[in-house]
Design a protein around this ligand. Structure first.
Ligand SMILES: Cc1cc2nc3c(=O)[nH]c(=O)nc-3n(C[C@H](O)[C@H](O)[C@H](O)COP(=O)(O)OP(=O)(O)OC[C@H]3O[C@@H](n4cnc5c(N)ncnc54)[C@H](O)[C@@H]3O)c2cc1C
Length: 407
């Protein structure tokens, strides 16, 4: 049993690991080291209610300060861990302090992917990952202002909805032929593009950004320029071009990383004293038979909990069917499972009714589902997909038949 567990990165995965350690009577020391100044907080509202100003900062915290006192967690916030010395089992912080560990949990999350075009550093160009980012963006979300969003993924579309509801003129520029292409089918993409257009958002797909231009003799953004020669005037630009796993601390310590810190199904890195959980990892999924890197609250929560159980010496395979949600306007999209590699798509319900489900099958088995305003379907799918059900196609396509009865 370890005596001192040190967690690097104070986010969702870290909190779940702490809760699991203490709930399972871990009596050793726990130290939490986080680069941000705030106590661990929820990121999803940063593109939604917090950005809109309808959720106060106090409501973002995952747990109150008293939680860390009650769970006897030593916290150091606002300090980045810069180096891991694996031979000495110590980490070094950016103020030069050293912390020794018996076991280390890396929960360093991910960061916004930068866009390598001229002008990306101009004032008025933002990305969104932290409270500090959201606080910088919020003042520019003014009625009538022109916001150009580069990237039609979740964060881009959620900010588009928020900004549009605040009265901004919003344009989304996407390189792929359709929005949210990476994780959903053409039907769901088309539905979301149409919803945004109905709300007055301009969506332009298949365009590559050439540069972001400044106002004459100023450092402030003026327009986004695309390869086809079009200029999109902008008072502000949001870069929503994906996230990169924060794996450099692990890789500079010699731990294998490949689009994330590589861990096994027990959340172990190649070093037996170092575990990792959350957005920063790439992990094997027994259910899907492949490596996954997931950016979702659910995965951080579940993997943080599994890592803690493994730290306690209780072998626990992290093999949950993942799920993710996205709120845009009055639409709740919940994606359950991983649809990559599907060979058949069955739609339940009519997108025109603004409540429908896209079911993904592979070899007749239900592997994933996108639920748009169909809460019963997504809740049922969280049990059905792990059970490897093989639905009847005709019953599956009938929204009048409850999902479990189609399987
Ligand atoms: C705007 C936005 C909206 C989102 N919306 C949704 C949603 O609707 N649904 C959903 O499921 N998911 C959503 N997500 C994703 C979700 O928030 C993440 O998947 C989740 O926060 C991952 O948790 P984590 O603990 O792995 O990492 P994080 O929450 O990223 O926490 C990691 C922490 O580690 C710190 N850190 C990194 N390196 C170091 C270091 N060297 N030293 C010290 N500290 C370090 C970071 O500063 C950060 O505070 C959203 C994310 C964003 C940014």
């Amino acid at each position: 049993m370890y005596e001192h567990v040190v967690i690097v990165g104070a986010g969702q995965a870290a909190v779940q690991a702490i809760e699991t350690l203490r709930r399972n009577r871990f009596a050793g020391r726990v130290t939490l080291l986080g680069a941000e100044a705030a106590l661990p907080y929820q990121r999803p509202p940063l593109s939604k209610k917090y950005l809109a100003g309808t959720l106060p900062a106090e409501r973002l915290s995952l747990r109150p300060a008293s939680f860390y006192e009650q769970h006897a967690v030593q916290i150091r916030l606002g300090r980045r861990v810069e180096e891991i010395s694996r031979s000495a089992q110590r980490v070094r912080l950016d103020d030069g302090a050293d912390v020794a560990y018996d076991a280390l949990l890396l929960a360093t999350g991910s960061r916004a992917r930068p866009l390598a075009v001229p002008g990306a550093q101009l004032s008025g160009v933002f990305s969104l990952r932290t409270i500090a980012d959201a606080d910088r963006i919020r003042p520019v979300l003014t009625r009538g202002g022109r916001l150009v969003i580069v990237g039609g993924g979740y964060i881009g579309l959620e900010v588009a909805a928020t900004a549009r509801e605040m009265g901004m003129d919003v344009t989304v520029l996407e390189l792929a032929p359709r929005v949210i292409e990476r994780v959903t089918c053409a039907e769901v993409s088309a539905f979301y593009a149409a919803e945004h257009e109905r709300h007055g958002v301009r969506i332009v797909c298949g365009v590559r950004i050439r540069a972001i231009a400044a106002q004459a003799a100023q450092e402030r953004v003026r327009a986004v320029l695309t390869d086809d020669g079009t200029e999109y005037p902008a008072d502000a630009v949001l870069l929503g071009v994906g996230a990169l796993p924060a794996a450099e601390l692990a890789s500079s310590a010699g731990l294998p990383c490949e689009d994330g810190i590589l861990v096994d199904e027990y959340c172990r890195t190649a070093d037996p004293a170092i575990y990792a959980a959350g957005d920063c990892t790439r992990h094997p999924s027994p259910r899907y038979g492949r490596l996954l890197r997931l950016e979702s609250v659910d995965n951080a929560f579940e993997q943080g909990a599994s890592a803690a159980l493994n730290l306690l010496g209780r072998p626990t395979v992290h093999d949950k069917v993942p799920w993710f949600w996205s709120d845009q306007y009055d639409l709740k999209l919940v994606i359950v499972g991983v649809s990559a590699g599907y060979d058949e798509l069955v739609l339940r319900g009519d997108p025109a009714a603004r409540a429908f489900t896209a079911c993904y099958l592979r070899g007749g088995e239900l592997i994933a589902l996108d639920s748009v305003n169909t809460p019963k379907d997504q809740l049922a799918a969280r049990k059905l997909i792990p059970a490897r059900v093989r639905p009847d196609r005709a019953r599956l396509a009938d929204p009048g038949v409850p999902l479990p009865q189609a399987c």
